[in-house]
Design a protein around this ligand. Structure first.
Ligand code: ARG
Length: 563
C-alpha cells in the first residue's frame, strides 16, 4: 500500500543506472499543492549525470515510463509530477486501515530489542516539577512509539533518592520537623524543612558540617539515618504515584540513585584500573579535555560519591541487565553536558556501547517567558494544575453537552489529555508558556479539539443504521475526501519520523492536521445520505476515528466516545 514505492517502481527501470532505490526514496517529494500531483521527482541530479537540461529530462522520462498505476504523469519544468489513481488509492487505503484497525501503522523496525527509557525521575522530598512532567509525558509517548514499531521499552524512574541533600533533610527534620506533619503532607513539609535549612545555614555554617556527617552515616548504613531516609522516600513516592495515576503512566522500575550504592565500588575500581581517576582540588575526577568537556566529578574527598558516579553504575547495570540496543534518557536540556560527560567516561572505560546512549533533551515550561524554579519556592504543583484542568473541562462539557453521561470520567480524560497534548504538540526543544485556559479550549490547536473531532465522527457512525462493509465499493474521488485519504495513508511514515527524531510532536501535529481536514470535510459533505458512495464515506469516517484514536493513544491521551 506504499504509494511512494509505486512511483519508485515506475522510475527505476529508466534511472537505475544513475540513482539507487535509496537515492530515489530520498529525492522524491510531496508537492506543496495537490495541483502538482501527489508525488514529484526533481530531475536536477540526473541532469548533472546526463549533461542535459532538467526540463528535457523531465519530458523524456514522461515519455518513457510505464504510467498504468497512475491517473496521469506530467512534466512541469524540471519536475515529473505523478498523480495517483484516486480510485485504487482510496480503496486500498481504506481497506488496509479497516482491516488492521488499531494495528494500522504497526511496523517491526525493532525486532523486539530492549530500550530502557530513563524518564520522570523526580527528587524525593521535593514536588514533581513541570520539568518532570515533561520528562514523564515525553518518555511515555516515546515508549508507546517504540512498542508500535517493534521495540521493547523499559520505563525506568531513576528517582533522585540519594545525595548530600538527604543529610540536610535529616538535620532539618530532627531540628524542626514532626512526624505528624510529614505523614499529613509529606512533600510540602519536607520541602519546607529543606528551604529552612538553606535559610539558616547562612548564619550557621556548622549546619552544613552536621548535614555532611549525616549523609556519611547514611552512606555507611547507620540505622537511624536509613530508617528516616526510607520513610521520606516511601511517603514521597506515595504522592508521586497519585500524579502518575492521574496521567495514566506506569513504570517498569523505580530503581533510583540509591539502588546503585552497592554498585559504585566496582565503577571506581574500573576507573582506577584504567588509570582514569585523577585528584583535583580534593576530589577524584576523570579528565575529559580531549572531548572539549569539563572534568567528570566522581568522588569527593570524604569518599562520598556523586550524581555522575551513580549514572555510570546505572548505565553499566542497564547494559548487563537488559542488553539494550539503545538506552534513552529523557532529561531537560540543562543536563546536556552531564550526559555528554557520561558517554565520554564510558567511552574512556572502553565500552563501545556508549554510542547507544541517547540523551533526549527538552526545553522549559515558562510563565510569561520566565523559567519556573523550585529554589525560590516558586513551584507550580502538578496535582493542582491537573485538577484545575479537569475542572475547566467539566465546565465546558456542562455547557456543550449537559446530558452527557459519565461527565466526571470524560472531564478527567479531557482535562488531563489537554495538559499532556499541550506538552507534546511543541517540538520538545522549544520553551513554551503554560496558560491553562488556552490548553483546555475545545477549539484551536488543542488536545480537546482532536478528542472532540473524534467524538463527533463516532457520533456519525452511531447515527447511521447501516454499517460500512469491506466488500462494497470504497472509492472516493472527490477533492475533500482525497486530502483526508492522503493523510490517512501517511500515518505509518509519520510514526517512523516520530521514532527517528524521538519527537512525539510529529504525531501530535499530524493529529491536528487530520482533525482539521476532517472537520472541513464534515462541514461541506453530507455524509449520511443514501447514495452509492455512502459505504465509502462511512468507511472514511471510521478510518479517521481509527487513526485519530491511535495517534492519541501513542501520546498517552484518551479518546472519549462522546463529549
Ligand atoms: N533527578 C534528576 C533531576 O530531577 C533527574 C535524573 C535524570 N536521570 C538520570 N539518570 N540522571 O534533575
Amino acid at each position: 500500500m506504499d504509494f511512494k514505492q509505486q512511483v519508485i517502481a515506475a522510475l527505476e527501470p529508466t534511472v537505475s543506472e544513475f540513482l539507487s532505490k535509496e537515492a530515489l526514496m530520498n529525492v522524491i517529494e510531496v508537492p506543496k499543492s495537490s495541483d502538482l500531483g501527489d508525488y514529484a521527482f526533481p530531475t536536477f541530479q540526473l541532469a548533472k549525470s546526463l549533461h542535459k537540461a532538467p526540463q528535457q529530462i523531465a519530458l523524456d522520462l514522461v515519455a518513457k515510463i510505464d504510467q498504468t498505476a497512475f491517473e496521469k504523469v506530467v512534466a512541469t519544468g524540471p519536475y515529473v509530477n505523478f498523480f495517483l489513481n484516486k480510485q485504487t488509492f482510496s480503496e486500498e487505503t481504506l481497506k488496509t486501515i479497516l482491516k488492521a484497525d488499531q494495528n494500522y501503522g504497526d511496523q517491526d523496525l525493532g525486532h523486539g530489542g530492549n530500550v530502557p527509557i530513563d524518564m520522570s525521575s523526580p527528587n524525593i522530598a521535593k514536588p514533581i516539577s513541570m520539568g518532570h512532567l515533561r520528562s514523564t509525558v515525553i518518555g511515555n509517548a516515546i515508549a508507546k512509539i517504540l512498542t508500535k514499531t517493534g521495540y521493547h521499552p523499559i520505563k525506568i524512574n531513576h528517582l533522585g533518592d540519594w545525595g548530600t541533600q538527604f543529610g540536610k533533610l535529616i538535620v532539618a527534620y530532627k531540628k524542626w520537623g514532626s512526624e505528624a506533619a510529614v505523614r499529613e503532607d509529606p512533600i510540602t513539609n519536607l520541602l519546607n524543612y529543606y528551604v529552612r535549612f538553606h535559610k539558616e545555614d547562612v548564619a550557621h555554617p556548622e549546619l552544613d558540617d552536621e548535614a555532611r556527617a549525616w549523609f556519611k552515616k547514611l552512606e555507611d548504613g547507620d540505622q537511624e539515618a536509613t530508617d528516616l531516609w526510607q520513610w521520606f522516600r516511601s511517603e514521597s513516592l506515595k504522592e508521586f504515584q497519585k500524579i502518575y495515576q492521574m496521567l495514566g503512566v506506569e513504570f517498569d522500575s523505580f530503581n533510583g540513585e540509591a539502588f546503585y550504592n552497592d554498585k559504585m565500588a566496582e565503577v571506581i575500581d574500573l576507573l582506577k584500573a584504567k588509570n582514569l581517576l585523577h585528584e583535583s582540588q580534593g576530589a577524584e575526577i576523570v579528565d575529559l579535555e580531549k572531548y572539549g568537556l569539563n572534568p567528570a566529578l566522581i568522588q569527593k574527598s570524604d569518599g562520598a560519591t556523586l550524581y555522575m558516579t551513580r549514572d555510570l553504575a546505572a548505565a553499566i547495570y542497564r547494559k548487563r541487565t537488559y542488553h539494550f540496543v539503545q538506552s534513552l534518557y529523557v532529561v531537560g536540556n540543562e543536563q546536556s553536558e552531564h550526559f555528554q560527560q557520561l558517554k565520554a567516561v564510558l567511552k574512556e572505560m572502553g565500552y563501545n556501547w556508549a554510542d547507544q546512549i541517547v540523551h533526549i533533551p527538552f526545553g522549559l515550561i515558562t510563565e510569561n517567558g520566565k523559567k519556573l524554579s523550585t529554589r525560590q519556592g516558586r513551584v507550580i504543583l502538578l496535582e493542582e494544575v491537573l485538577n484545575d484542568a479537569i475542572r475547566l473541562a467539566k465546565a465546558q462539557i456542562k455547557e456543550k453537552n449537559p446530558d452527557l453521561p459519565n461527565q466526571d470520567k470524560v472531564a478527567k480524560e479531557v482535562g488531563v489529555g489537554a495538559v499532556i497534548f499541550h506538552d507534546l504538540k511543541n517540538d520538545r526543544m522549544d520553551n513554551f508558556d503554560f496558560n491553562l485556559e488556552e490548553v483546555v479550549r475545545f477549539e484551536g490547536e488543542t488536545g480537546p479539539y482532536v478528542q472532540y473531532t473524534n467524538a463527533r465522527a463516532q457520533s456519525i457512525l452511531r447515527k447511521s443504521s447501516l454499517s460500512y462493509t469491506l466488500d462494497d465499493a470504497l472509492a472516493l474521488t472527490d477533492d475533500a475526501a482525497w486530502d483526508i485519504l492522503k493523510l490517512l495513508a501517511d500515518y505509518p511514515e509519520v510514526i517512523q519520523r516520530a521514532l527517528k527524531l524521538y519527537e512525539p510532536s510529529v504525531i501530535a501535529k499530524y493529529s491536528l492536521r487530520l482533525a482539521k481536514q476532517f472537520n472541513k470535510y464534515y462541514a461541506h459533505t453530507r455524509i449520511l445520505v443514501d447514495d452509492p458512495q455512502l459505504n465509502a464515506r462511512l468507511s472514511l469516517v471510521k478510518s479517521v476515528t481509527i487513526v485519530l484514536e491511535n495517534a492519541l493513544s501513542l501520546l498517552g491521551v484518551a479518546s472519549p466516545q462522546e463529549m
